[in-house]
Design a protein around this ligand. Sequence first.
Ligand SMILES: Nc1ncnc2c1ncn2[C@@H]1O[C@H](COP(=O)(O)OP(=O)(O)O)[C@@H](O)[C@H]1O
Ligand SMILES: [Mg+2]
Length: 215
Amino acid sequence: MAAWVLALANLKGGCGKTTLALNLAAGLVRRGSVGLVDADPQGAMGHWVAWGSGGDGTQGLPRVLAGGADPLGAIARAARRHDRVVVDCPPSLDMAITRQVLERARAVLIPVLPSPLDLWASAETVAVVRQARQTNPGLKAWLVVNQAEPGSALTRAMAATLAGLELPVLDSVVRRRAAYRNAALEGRSVYQMGFRGREAAREMDQVIEDIAGKE
Ligand SMILES: Nc1ncnc2c1ncn2[C@@H]1O[C@H](COP(=O)(O)OP(=O)(O)O)[C@@H](O)[C@H]1O
Ligand SMILES: [Mg+2]
C-alpha cells in the first residue's frame, strides 16, 4: 500500500514549515513508522544531525532523509520503507519542487503567521495547490495558523483574508512557544523535552487528530 504523504509547504520562509514538519513527524511516529524528507536543497534539517543517525522511523524519532538534488526520489524511497512520510518543502526559489511534491502528496498543511501580510503572501502557495490538483485531484489542503499569541484573537481583517484564501483553516492553532525554539536548538522534538514541551506536544497531537478526522 502506498504511504501516506503529508507535505508542509509555503513559498514564504519563516512561517514554520520546518518546525511543524519535524514535530508532527515526531508525533506521528507514535502511530506507525515515519520517514521525514527534507526537500529543501538548503537542507535546514542538517541541524538535526543526531536525529538523522538516531531515528530509525519507528522508535520515537522519525528517520530524516535529505532530499538533496532529488527530493522526489527521497520521497519514493521513504514511502517504500515507512507507513507515513512527512515532507518539509523549500521556499519560493524552488517553487517547482513544491509543486512536484504536492502532485504526489495525500495532504498538505500550509503554516501561516497571524499577520495580514503573511496571509496575503500565502495566496501564491494556494495557487500552487490549485495547480497540483490538476494532476492530483485528491490532494487535501489546509492552512494552519502558527505562532499565534496566547489570548489574541485573529482580527476581523485576518479572518476575512483567511476566508478569501479558498482553503479551509485547521481548527487547531499552533501557539508561539519557547518550546519549539528550544527543541530546535537542542536538536529534538517537543515530545523529547519533558514537561517543557508538554503543551506543545499536546498541540501537535491536536493538529494530527484534526487532520486524521478529516481524512
Ligand atoms: N510556534 C512557534 N513558536 C515559537 N517559535 C516558532 C514557532 N514556529 C516556528 N518558530 C520559529 O520561527 C522560525 C522560523 O520557523 P521555521 O520552521 O524555520 O520556518 P520555515 O521552515 O517555514 O522557514 C524558527 O526560528 C522557529 O524556531
Ligand atoms: Mg524551513
